[in-house]
Unconditional design. Sequence first.
Length: 218
Amino acid sequence: MDRRLRRAPDAEWVLMYRLGLSRKRIAELVRAEPAAVGYHLVIARRQDPGLEAEHRAAADAAPVPHPSPADLARMTEVITWVLAEGRLPEDRAGDRGERSMARWLSARRREAAQGTLDPTYRQGLARVPGWAGNRREATDEARWQGRLADLVEFRAEGHDWPRHHGYDSEREHTLGVWIHTQRYKRRRGELDPVKAKALDETVPGWQAGRTRGRRPRL
């Protein structure tokens, strides 16, 4: 059984469900209890009302021999890694696992260029904007998406908006600098509309920031 502590909802499990896999099949692939997977999926459906419809549509689609459940698990492993690290894996990295993921992603990139990429891969990898294009642009995009995910988690933990001055931790400082930059770009009309929409939808009120005022001086 997978005994790693997972924060609900687990991104890998949710992606597999979105791609049409049943709760039981996901549990088998990740070696977890079906009840644990079900708990994560309940939370995911509450956060994303459209998740169930996407799952049903994918599950009802005509079955194809490829990719296999093992292929799907590999894809979710790569996506989870990219979102957590905020960058694409490097084929010259010192870590063997990272090199393996880089080769896997390179193969998908070639398939995309040739027009032979399986639709399931295309749908899953859509969570990594720019992955098939320029490596540096894709890395920057993955980092941006990772920061957004970190901010969502930071706020979900009950924190106020992160500060770039007077911060309590390096984590808050990093997020504070990032969101300050997004606000600055928005005011100057330099923020990508797609990114602005993502911020509006996932962290409403991000432009106004803190409403509680500054901390009193001691």
